[in-house]
Write a protein that binds this ligand. Structure first.
Ligand SMILES: [Zn+2]
Length: 52
């Protein structure tokens, strides 16, 4: 039963993909933006969710 979607989190400042995550259908509805550390920017930046 793996209905989970693989999602990526892309740094809004450098557009690099830094994090991968999974979430299930119930939470897949809304777009996520998370503040995460970007090793390229060397600081915490907003990361937006990319589908697929
Ligand atoms: Zn970055």
């Amino acid at each position: 039963m793996s209905q989970d979607h693989l999602i990526k989190f892309q740094c809004k400042e450098c557009d690099r993909i830094n994090y991968y995550s999974r979430k299930n259908k119930k939470t897949a509805q809304k777009k996520l933006e998370l503040k995460k550390f970007c090793k390229w920017c060397k600081k915490h930046t907003l990361h937006k969710e990319l589908k697929k």
